[in-house]
Design a protein around this ligand. Structure first.
Ligand code: FAD
Length: 562
């Protein structure tokens, strides 16, 4: 018989191992052990009696499983520290072992045998739950609403199970609104199990409701990582697995630019390619498994040197203290320079091409602006799900800017049209984007294309406007590190800066934000991992000499000098 990976029965020996971390508790028949949307996810091992796990996200409660003696509760939310998405109720007089989430994380890290059994069960349970019709958070709103898009995008990028009910086409939406007594003016609304209905919530309130945003506390972290793209995630995995107290902050969601890719085909070890969402899901879980803390949304607005430590300040005034900081804020999408662009953002102008945007444009003809690899990937993906894709390319060729494998696929696709020397000039629409006027800059000819979606993939600029003046950047804003700091007046240590160290000792930079970086997932992951080695060296230095002698007279040796 094949072992049940999702719901294994623990051996007596495994229960004995767990009991070292556990306390014994007793529940009466019908007692609630934890409640969806309210309690943190909790790990109980059934010793006698039973625990029924219930899904309340649909219209009627539904039994997912009944845990018998030897089985345990919990899923990946124990690692992500979010509130639980299901409820647990005792069936009969029930004795359990309760293990605190922090101890489960410790056990998974310290005991690979037990860790595998528990982790595999957590992952398999979440997969089964999603496949079983679990609705999760329900979002009711119109496809023509920018706030509906904001909410759906935030939930989906943060991998919160969600169902969208389009108020214009889904008959169930009106029924639900009546059920909750919500007027159409309050749309979009969000329904989370066990909580009051949220009427057009701010992203922060939504994050709090689904357990993404948590208090950071006053401890001084060994490492605070700003930005949870591939570079930040890699640093979080290595930092936390090597015993550093690690906090990972992201303005929006983990994954960064890579998280928006539908097929990363050149990342080592994935011959069939991997989606950015899958890579992000696995990396986030891996970092949290080792104890890294993640908080979103947490847009960092300032970095301050307090002498004894560094302070990272967020837009709501919340702060995090750190011995070392890693700048991994990557790059932001370049925007179209065309009138009314802002008015149509989220309702026709998009910067990524994923299922969320596809749902919003309903399979109609779409336009892509750009000729880089991200534009090429988007064209190939969108061509599979829409009638027609029109690519607008500023130059007369894509050969200098796009990989040849993508050009070959675009040329082979019957429903992709490429218009060279063409730019967007006007955007039109009433409640959402309906058409664009484009101009052939070689001939001056203008034409109108009817479309509900323009995907703008025209490169990126570094996200460094939050950095203080003492962090050196090049004129474009990319952060200088290591030997790039030659002749900087900002460097004040007697030693030379480490390879990924910025002009402020103890502050490092990795990934796309760094001057001269390769702008690839693998390179960002490599730099994020490597930065942790320098964090260790810096912390060792700090332990030896908490107040190192400073000097302004030791110039950094540039490349030419070495
Ligand atoms: C659509 C697309 C497809 C791609 N496909 C490939 C591919 O197939 N192969 C490949 O090798 N590369 C690909 N790339 C490039 C690759 O994704 C990037 O090189 C990589 O993501 C860079 O990682 P990073 O961690 O340095 O930065 P990013 O991925 O840019 O991540 C930075 C993170 O920092 C956060 N952040 C920014 N500012 C702040 C702040 N002030 N406070 C808190 N958080 C902040 C952002 O929200 C973001 O999550 C693609 C890029 C795109 C856009």
């Amino acid at each position: 018989m094949t072992p049940n990976v999702a719901f294994p029965s623990l051996t007596e020996r495994q229960i004995e191992t767990l009991s070292k971390y556990a306390k014994r508790r007793h529940f009466h028949h019908n007692d609630t052990l934890f409640q969806a949307g309210v309690s943190p996810a909790t790990f109980f091992v059934v010793l006698s009696g039973a625990i029924e796990i219930l899904d309340h996200s649909g219209d009627e409660p539904r039994t997912i499983v009944v845990h018998e003696p030897g089985e345990f509760t919990g899923d990946i939310d124990i690692l992500t520290r979010r509130v639980t998405v299901v409820s647990a109720v005792a069936r009969g007089e029930t004795d359990v072992l309760e293990v605190a989430p922090a101890d489960i994380r410790r056990l998974i890290a310290e005991d690979p045998g037990m860790g595998d059994v528990i982790l595999q069960a957590f992952i398999a349970r979440r997969e089964q739950l999603l496949e079983s019709g679990f609705e999760g958070v329900r979002v009711i709103g119109s496809r023509d609403s920018r706030d509906t898009y904001r909410i759906r995008e935030f939930l989906s990028r943060n991998q919160v199970p969600m169902r969208w009910l389009d108020v214009d086409t889904d008959p169930g939406a009106a029924e639900l609104l009546r059920h909750f007594g919500v007027d159409a003016e309050a749309l979009p609304v969000v329904v989370c199990t066990g909580q009051p209905v949220l009427r057009n919530p701010s992203t922060r309130d939504l994050a709090q409701a689904v357990g993404l945003k948590r208090a950071i506390g006053t401890e001084v972290y060994d490492l605070v990582i700003v930005g949870a793209g591939p570079a930040g995630l890699a640093a979080a995995v290595y930092g936390s697995s090597e015993g550093l107290t690690t906090l990972l902050l992201d303005a929006d969601s983990p994954g960064g630019q890579a998280g928006a890719s539908n097929a990363i085909e050149n990342y080592l070890g994935f011959p069939m390619g991997i989606t950015g969402a899958d890579l992000t899901r696995a990396a986030t879980l891996q970092a949290q498994k080792f104890g890294a803390r993640l908080s979103t949304p947490a847009p960092v607005t300032a970095l301050e040197d307090e002498g004894s430590h560094l302070t990272v300040r967020m837009d709501d005034g919340e702060t995090a203290s750190a011995r070392c900081v890693l700048i991994a804020t990557g790059a932001d999408y370049r925007k179209l320079d065309v009138p009314d662009r802002e008015r149509f953002e989220g309702i026709g102008i998009y910067y990524v091409a994923t299922k969320t945007e596809l749902d919003a444009c309903g399979g109609a003809d779409v336009v892509i602006v750009g000729a880089g690899n991200s534009a090429g990937q988007a064209a190939v993906y969108l061509a599979q799900h829409t009638r027609k894709v029109t690519m607008l390319v500023r130059r007369d060729s894509m050969r200098q800017t796009m990989s040849s494998y993508l050009i070959d696929r675009i040329e082979a696709a019957p429903n992709i049209d490429v218009l060279y020397t063409t730019q967007v000039r006007e955007l039109h629409g009433d409640t959402r984007l309906e058409s664009v006027v484009v101009e052939n800059t070689a001939t001056g000819e203008r034409r109108t294309i009817d479309t509900p979606a323009v995907f703008t993939l025209i490169g990126a600029i570094p996200r460094t406007d939050w950095l203080p003046a003492q962090i050196d950047t090049d004129p474009k804003g990319f952060v200088c590190t290591g030997r790039q700091l030659a002749n900087t007046p900002g460097w004040t240590r007697k030693r030379q800066p480490f390879l990924l160290e910025t002009s402020q000792a103890g502050v490092f930079a990795a990934g796309d934000v760094r001057l001269g970086s390769a702008k690839r997932v693998a390179a960002a992951v490599g730099e994020g991992s490597m930065a942790v080695k320098f964090v260790h060296e810096y912390l060792a230095e700090l332990r030896e000499d908490p107040q190192p002698e400073l000097t302004t007279n030791v110039p950094v040796k540039g490349l030419a000098a070495l």
